[in-house]
Design a protein around this ligand. Structure first.
Ligand SMILES: *Cc1c(COP(=O)(O)O)cnc(C)c1O
Length: 393
């Protein structure tokens, strides 16, 4: 049996080069980056080198990069930080229905504190309409937070157009680029964003470290208090090994992106096409024109996503479902609901996300393994009838 990892949007393995870059800072190079002696200065050097690498990946200046504990913290910091720093009694935030919970939950918390929040819908492909953003802007709007790439569908949102619309009225724009970073080119100036979140573990770096791009001049309150690191924005002793790892991951991503993008997209397309051909009634969700190269999200009617994940795991294939199990009940994903999927279809959905170590052999194995697993599970469904011939598509 092969072991195939198709869950790179959940997390990625640490690249060997990244691990090598981190190791010295756990042992001989243990200085506190804020100390002025040689031990400290070597840690400081690693942190500042990483800042340059992350800035280069995003088209930013090093001084505009703040390190954090990951995507969740970066998103929380951007949202609470901008709203907290904004003046005025009435405040309004615009977001979308398909954001990660690390954006939606902070927005809900703000709502409980009296901030008005507009949650924009998406179309059937999972795309936000920039004109909806324009119409939602009010005099008291202080922040627009819309993701660059969706983690479930892989859909790439029109942030550049949203940035242009925001610039006309001077509203601050944040984008959650945790999924996009390392997979598609990012240029903060071209996107027109003031804040952008990334996370190391989604791009072959370690878990528990991330960064927030903060455009020079953006007003931002700290999330925590307790020291002067990261230009007074983020207290606490720097995670030097983690930050060095993020820096190396950013460097590798820049070097490999162009080639890897094409290679992974070709593998993804072959997997997707093969599954559509071999599994009756299978459908692809999300935009195929505006999509990350590594992700496919497919609905296989008549089967439960969770049952598929478990059955595929037994065959060595790791993937995830669009449904989240909360308090024992399988709740359909808010992303799939937002694109108009019926609850039973949302529950019959799998996300397959490929990565750097995905091979042609793994795609062959998946194409041989997944269709019979689904057919076997479908035999248990009282409503499923196997088509006599493959349906026309
Ligand atoms: C994984 C993810 C996050 C959370 O990042 P962590 O570093 O795991 O906290 C936020 N947004 C998106 C889109 C993600 O995929």
């Amino acid at each position: 049996m092969m072991r195939v990892y198709f869950d790179h949007n959940a997390t990625t393995p640490v690249a060997p080069e990244v691990l090598a870059a981190m190791l010295p800072y756990f042992s001989e190079e243990y200085g506190n980056a804020s100390s002025i002696h040689t031990f400290g200065q070597r840690g400081r050097g690693a942190v500042e080198q990483a800042r340059e690498s992350v800035a280069a990946l995003l088209g930013a200046r090093p001084a505009e990069i703040m390190f954090s504990s990951g995507g969740t913290e970066s998103n929380n910091h951007a949202i609470f930080g901008v709203v907290g720093a904004a003046s005025g009694e009435r405040k309004h935030v615009i977001t979308s229905a398909i954001e990660h919970s690390a954006v939606l939950d902070p927005c809900e918390a703000l709502q409980r504190r009296g901030v008005a929040v507009t949650v924009l819908p998406v179309d059937r492909e999972g795309l936000v309409n920039p004109e909806d953003v324009r119409r939602a802007i009010r005099p008291e709007t202080v922040l627009i937070t819309i993701m660059l790439a969706n983690n479930e569908l892989g859909t790439l949102e029109p942030i550049e157009e949203i940035g242009k619309i925001a610039a006309e009225t001077g509203v601050t724009v944040h984008t959650d680029a945790v999924q996009a970073a390392g997979k598609v080119p990012i240029d903060v100036t071209r996107l027109g964003v003031h804040l952008l979140s990334i996370s190391a573990h989604k791009l072959y770096g370690p878990k528990g470290v991330g960064a927030l791009y903060v455009r020079k001049g953006t007003r931002l309150e700290p999330l925590m208090y307790g020291g002067h690191s990261e230009r007074d924005r983020r207290p606490g002793t720097e995670d030097v090994p983690g930050i060095a790892g993020l820096g190396k991951a950013a460097e590798l991503a820049m070097m490999r992106m162009k080639e890897e993008r094409q290679r992974i997209a070709a593998l993804r397309d072959r997997l997707e096409k093969g599954l559509l051909e071999r599994v009756p009634y299978a459908r692809v969700n999300g935009s195929r024109a505006h999509r990350m190269p590594n992700t496919t999200n497919l609905t296989f009617p008549f089967v439960e996503g969770e049952a598929m994940v478990i059955a595929l795991d037994l065959q060595g294939i790791a993937c995830s479902t669009g449904a989240a199990c909360s308090s024992g009940a399988v709740k359909p994903s808010h992303v799939l609901t937002a694109i108009g999927l019926a609850p039973e279809d949302a529950r019959a959905t799998l996300r397959l996300s490929l990565g750097h170590q995905t091979t042609n052999e793994e795609i062959d194995y998946a194409l041989d393994t997944i269709p019979p697993v689904i057919e076997r599970l479908r035999q248990l469904s009282p409503t499923y009838k196997k088509p006599v011939t493959a349906p026309a598509r």
